[in-house]
Design a protein around this ligand. Structure first.
Ligand code: SF4
Length: 368
């Protein structure tokens, strides 16, 4: 008997993955989704609170995956020792691999898995989770729910005839003539794969999904083993506002670190907050977020400083140490710069400002 495929959804502690869990429970209650989170041991308290709230809503536990279980240290410190005090950075992200990707791949093993990823319809990033062939990523919030590799495989010029046949055989859409015309237009320097994809999706999202699902049957992708997949009938596109709405209306709530807090500089008022989940010392933070950490979680700021002080020349930021950043004059400057950069924007958009600046950076494993 063929083993059922597994459905998994990773909770990073960020708003989008939490909203996706809520969305999947509400819309696809019959999918037996396993929820997991990779705990680095260095998350904010707000992240652990969110996970607890989510567990109550989902009415099932979120499995905590811990890298190097059994070590006397927490996962980050375990690897920090192995790397001999070498701090992770944007150019050497040993943390993501060891603390997020590896425990996830171990959890999945060699089983066939569909992994649901909360990248939104208004984002332009793919979201690297894993490149293992037994793991297939699906993006329910996007217009295109399929991963890049699936799209490249299906829309390659060599496949024009097969795709045309599938459309002709199974299509109920009134736009079929236009669709066939698009399918038959080869990809070239003047007509990119992305353009072709968009045109096909614009004609009929559900029909496009049905064609992809049909095509996958002759591949080794996990979904080739399924006789049906409810998400092929999903043509909803969720953007940032929808995410906040889902979180608030479900009662789970927006992670507390997203709530804007007031600060004052030169007699002017501004708002700051943290824009993402992840370790409290994450090197993807903007300066204003470090100031937020310093003022809202001084104990954690001190701990982040502790790592820097262990090895000369190692800093989380490329331009300054946390000791330098904590100088009151420097803090004032950071706030002033931040206010100046955003002075022409309406006050209520402060949250969007900081999110817009930084959301596209980083990795899907930590920040969705
Ligand atoms: S949140 Fe930042 S520091 Fe933590 S594992 Fe992810 S990339 Fe590394």
């Amino acid at each position: 008997m063929t083993k059922e495929i597994r459905h998994v959804l990773g909770i990073s502690g960020g708003k989008d993955s939490a909203a996706l869990a809520i969305y999947m429970k509400k819309n696809y209650p019959n999918l037996n989704i396993e929820y997991y989170t990779c705990d680095t041991g260095k998350e904010l308290k707000e992240t652990y609170d969110l996970i607890e709230n989510l567990e109550s809503f989902l009415e099932k536990p979120i499995q905590k995956l811990v890298s190097k279980k059994g070590s006397s240290k927490d996962p980050f410190d375990h690897f920090y020792n192995i790397y001999k005090g070498y701090l992770p950075s944007t150019s050497s992200r040993w943390c993501t691999k060891n603390l997020k990707i590896d425990p996830f791949e171990e959890f999945v093993g060699n089983e066939q898995v569909i992994s649901y990823v909360g990248i939104r319809g208004d984002e332009d990033r793919e979201g690297y989770i894993s490149r293992k062939s037994n793991i297939q990523s699906i993006f329910p919030f996007r217009k295109n729910i399929w991963s890049e590799d699936v799209i490249s495989k299906v829309l390659t010029n060599d496949n024009i005839k097969s795709v045309e046949e599938i459309y002709k055989f199974s299509s109920n859409t009134i736009n079929i003539d236009r669709i066939i015309e698009i399918v038959n237009q080869p990809i070239s320097s003047k007509f990119t794969m992305q353009q072709k994809l968009n045109l096909l999706l614009d004609q009929d999202i559900k029909e496009f999904n049905r064609v992809i699902f049909e095509y996958l049957k002759v591949t080794d992708y996990p979904l080739s083993r399924e006789s049906n997949f409810p998400l092929i009938d999903n043509d909803e596109i969720l953007v940032r506002d929808d995410i906040f709405k889902l979180l608030r209306e479900s009662g789970v709530g927006v992670p507390a670190y997203y709530e804007p807090l007031k600060f004052e500089v030169d007699g002017k008022e501004g708002e700051y907050m943290r824009s993402r989940s992840g370790c409290y010392f994450c090197f993807f933070q903007q300066k204003i977020e470090w100031v937020w950490l310093l003022e809202q979680h001084p104990d954690m700021y001190e701990k982040a400083k502790y790592y820097e002080n262990q090895k000369e020349g190692f800093t989380w930021n490329q331009t300054e140490s946390l000791t330098e950043l904590a100088d009151p004059k420097r803090v004032e400057n950071i706030k002033r710069d931040y206010l100046n950069r955003h002075k022409n924007k309406p006050k209520s958009s402060a949250l969007l400002d900081i999110l817009d600046d930084s959301e596209s950076e980083g990795c899907a494993s930590c920040f969705i």
